[in-house]
Every structure is written in structure tokens, then in C-alpha cells.
Design a protein around this ligand. Structure first.
Ligand SMILES: *Cc1c(COP(=O)(O)O)cnc(C)c1O
Length: 402
């Protein structure tokens, strides 16, 4: 798209708020996941929620290129987005399927999670009426008590899916509630319940090809006995699952969030800034406005607590973060048009995703998944931009190599 238009996408994107995603780091993180998983386990790259905000099509393609066996998404629509962008790799919807979209999923070779009798019946029905074979993973509820089938029902559904000609039982899995805690007991208990149910299913002569229980945290702690795939989300983006279970050495944050100074001014002593005047200058100070706010994914909690990074120094956020803009204290040397970093891996002194999570009283997942559709994404290979997407315009493209 756009290869012969005259617009300079790189310049347009870099002149405003944008995210930069390092695909080499992503690939390298996924290879480290594969090493942790060991030689007999494949990796499902979890790219739900727009690849945790990083951009699903670009990340999914990079994950497949890095050797991932499977892609995981939460919704059928997310899987359709990937199919629409030309990705033919296996995709599993790890969330409950939208009952009205099951037929669409089957037509597009999207594997579905089944954990209720209603969804089993619907999958069979939709596959039969299309004369196609639906790919199914049965999810066992071993203690998270969200979407999953309790053991007896899981055994029954697995039998029904396996024996029906319109369905193929490809996988069996469960999801942990507490793998990101130091306390292993709840996870061990879930593994035992899973193994007992898996044994019952095998005793019926059913042996699903893919068996998977580990998320990032369990992959890090190595809690994945008798399985042949791990599902890695957060750690593949170089982020810690929690403060207790952190990404081992070698993983690196792949996201940088940047903006630019739109106005540089002097805030006079006694003058205040932004809505509700929560910050007042005690002496004349250099300030700047930036076009990023909570509608871009920068939490309002960062008002008067977070900071941005200019080449000449740290810029505390002063006053309230607004919907579309914020105000920062800026070095006197700062100019309109200067780039400023909002979030980075910390190497330049900016807030990391973990620091943002800490300030906002949340985990590492929320700050990245909140990055809005109006924030353009730039993708790097070998440190240089190779492709871009502007989600709200539904546009993406690659830069011609020179
Ligand atoms: C989101 C999700 C994952 C990935 O979890 P991370 O902690 O990000 O690795 C794995 N499995 C299921 C079922 C999920 O919903």
C-alpha cells in the first residue's frame, strides 16, 4: 500500500505521537522463550489485544518468521484481522468464541476454544453446515474459574469433539490463576487437576496433538510438565509478568513511545497548569505542551508523578494529563518540534513500562494494551524503520529499502 504515493509516512509519523516497536528484539525474546520451553515444545505467540498494543499483524508475522508454531488471540475478530493481513499460520482463539462468528472462524481455518456444551454444539453445527472440519482446543477449568470446562465436562466434550467427523480435537489446555506468584502451590494444584483430566481423556483413546498449560510466568518458572507447547505473551514483549516473577536476563522491552513538543513557553511564577490547576510554578520555569493524553493510553495517574525525556534532560509531567495533551517541565534548550520519549526501556532515563505500571498501581500488561488505535506504530529491523501502521486509518505499509 502507498508505495507510489508521494507522502512521506516516516516523516509524518515521526512528527507526532507514535510508538516504535523493535521486531528484532521481539524475535530474540521469542527465541529465548523457545529456549526456556526446551527442544520438545513449540511456542504459541500470544498476540491478542493488538499484540498487547504493539500491533498484531506486524508482530504475528515476525513471530511466525521467528519459528512460532501457533498464534493466540482473544477474539475471532482479532484472528480475522490476521487472516485479512495475509497471515496463514495456525491461529487459536484462546478466549470464549463469539457464538455468532463461529461459522466465520471455521471458514477461515481459525482454531476455536470449546469449554461449554453450547459452544461445542454450535461448532459442530456450523462446521457441518459448511461441510468443513473445525479445529478445536478444549480448555479445562482447573482453578481459574473463568472460561473452561470442569474436568467431567471437559472429558465429555473432548469425546464428543474427537468422535464427530465435523470437528478435530487438536488441542487440550488450561490456564493458571497464579503462575506469576512466588507461591507455587496453586499452580501445582492446577497442574495435578490438568494431568488427571488429561489421563482420563487418553484412557478413552483420545490423544490431542497439542497440549499446553504455561503462560509467560510458568514458562519462566518451568512449570509445564507433559506438555508440548507454551503460550507466551507478556515476556515476548520483554516485560515482567509480575514483580515476583520477572523476565530473565536476555529479554528486552520492545516498545518505545514518543511524542514531540508542540509549544515551548515560560510558565511564570504563581501561574498554574492544565485542568483544575493542580500544579503551580514557584518560580518562572520552562514548560512545554505535548500532544499525548489519556486517550492515547497515558494514564491520568501520571499527572504530577510521571516524566518524559528530552535529549537535554528529564521533563516531569506538570498538572493534569488531559485527554489529548499534557504539559511538561522542559529544559530551556528545548524547542518546538523536538522529540521527547514517553516510555522506553529505560536506557535513556525515560519511564519503562514497569515504572508506568508501578506509578499507576497496575501491572505491565495495562500500560501497553492501552496504547490507542490513533497512535501510529513504526517497526524496526536492524535499528531502522521497515514498516508502519496507522490503526485508525486502517493503513499500513513498508518502507522501500534504499
Ligand atoms: C493472555 C493469555 C496468555 C498469555 O499470558 P502472558 O501472561 O501474557 O504470557 C496465555 N494463555 C491464555 C489462555 C491467555 O488468556
Amino acid at each position: 500500500m502507498g508505495s507510489n504515493d508521494t507522502r512521506d509516512r516516516l516523516a509524518e509519523i515521526q512528527a507526532g505521537t507514535h510508538a516504535v516497536i523493535d521486531l528484532d528484539r521481539y524475535a530474540s525474546n521469542l527465541k529465548t522463550v523457545a529456549e526456556l520451553a526446551g527442544p520438545n515444545r513449540s511456542v504459541m505467540a500470544v498476540v491478542k489485544a493488538n499484540a498487547y498494543g504493539h500491533g498484531a499483524p506486524a508482530c504475528a508475522r515476525a513471530a511466525v518468521d521467528a519459528g512460532c508454531r501457533y498464534l493466540g488471540v482473544a477474539r475471532i475478530d482479532e484472528a480475522l484481522e490476521l487472516r485479512g493481513s495475509g497471515i496463514t499460520a495456525p491461529i487459536l482463539v484462546i478466549g470464549p468464541p463469539n457464538m455468532a462468528e463461529i461459522g466465520l472462524a471455521i471458514e477461515n481455518d481459525i482454531a476455536l476454544t470449546v469449554a461449554t456444551e453450547t459452544s461445542a454444539a454450535q461448532v459442530i453445527d456450523q462446521a457441518e453446515s459448511r461441510n468443513r472440519r473445525a479445529i478445536v482446543h478444549v480448555k479445562i477449568d482447573t482453578g481459574l474459574h473463568r472460561y473452561g470446562a470442569l474436568p467431567d465436562l471437559a472429558v465429555a466434550i473432548a469425546g464428543r469433539i474427537d468422535s464427530h467427523p465435523a470437528t478435530m480435537l487438536e488441542g487440550l489446555y488450561t490456564h493458571f490463576s497464579s503462575a506469576d506468584e512466588e507461591e507455587l502451590e496453586p499452580t501445582v494444584e492446577q497442574i495435578e487437576r490438568f494431568q488427571a483430566t488429561y489421563t482420563r481423556i487418553r484412557e478413552r483413546g483420545i490423544d490431542p496433538q497439542l497440549v499446553h498449560i504455561a503462560n509467560s510466568a510458568a514458562t519462566i518458572t518451568g512449570l509445564f510438565p507433559d506438555t508440548n507447547m507454551v503460550r507466551a505473551g507478556i515476556v515476548s514483549y520483554g516485560l515482567d509478568p509480575s514483580n515476583e516473577i520477572t523476565a530473565p536476563a536476555g529479554f528486552r522491552q520492545i516498545l518505545t513511545l514518543k511524542t514531540v513538543i508542540t509549544r515551548r513557553f515560560t510558565l511564570e511564577a504563581g501561574e498554574s497548569v492544565s485542568y483544575n490547576r493542580t500544579y503551580t510554578a514557584s518560580e518562572d520555569e520552562s514548560a512545554a505542551a505535548v500532544p499525548i493524553g489519556y486517550a492515547d493510553g497515558i494514564e491520568r495517574h501520571l499527572s504530577n508523578t510521571g516524566w518524559l525525556m528530552h535529549a537535554d534532560g528529564r521533563c516531569p509531567i506538570i498538572g493534569r494529563v488531559c485527554m489529548d495533551q499534557s504539559v511538561i517541565s522542559a529544559p530551556a534548550s528545548a524547542h518546538e518540534g523536538d522529540p521527547v520519549t514517553v516510555i522506553s526501556d529505560g536506557s535513556d532515563g525515560a519511564m519503562t513500562v514497569a515504572v508506568v505500571g508501578e506509578i499507576c498501581g497496575t501491572n505491565t500488561y495495562e500500560p501497553v494494551t492501552r496504547i490507542a488505535a490513533r497512535v501510529p506504530r513504526l517497526y524496526l529491523r536492524n535499528g531502522a524503520p521497515v514498516s508502519w501502521s496507522v490503526p485508525i486509518l486502517g493503513e499500513s505499509g513498508t518502507f522501500r529499502s534504499t
